[in-house]
Design a protein around this ligand. Sequence first.
Ligand code: BEZ
Length: 209
Amino acid sequence: MSTPSMTLFYNTASPFARKVLVMLHETGQFDQVALQQTLVTPVNPVPELNDANPAGKLPALRLADGSMIHDSRVILDYLDHQHAGTPLIPRDGAARWARLTLASLADALLDAALLIRYETFLRPAEKHWDLWLENQAEKIQRSLAYFEQHAAADLSAQFDVAAISVAAALGYLDFRQPNLNWRERYPQLAEWYAVVSQRPSMLSTQPPV
Ligand code: BEZ
């Protein structure tokens, strides 16, 4: 086991941090990172983080030279350049843009799920905005439908940046919206997730119960 040379500022409930943790496992770099659990919400900034990371973005990775990189997309790209195995982000060609675009859609689904979480958990009940919540929920459904109709086979091809991002998104829906029943409407996605959620990288990074 090597001594960690990097520090990951993260939260165990964050699906964006989970993407990074899964990438660390999948690329054999988990031992190289010390984990620092950090609680940041839009109404609870952490001043220590803000010098090198003025927007307080999490996850953030402090590298061996002391510099800080964020957010999850940049960290995944960095980590993918640090290991010798098959790249999990295609380096060039059409595959690069196709896989990064799927990953971006998964991140957009997560953005919507987080906005719902913030609106329903952090915001006082009397200030909840139903139209806002409905539109975030529709964005989630449209994204799931796209994955089901256009990407289920592509996702099975490799557990790469696209697959990691979609898996983290589905895991977060199970965590924060357990009554969504997405498996009924999206059976191919459900079948794919049943397999990939059993990977050691996914099992060891589950959100807290
Ligand atoms: C959550 O509790 O759902 C959460 C916590 C940190 C980052 C993102 C989500």
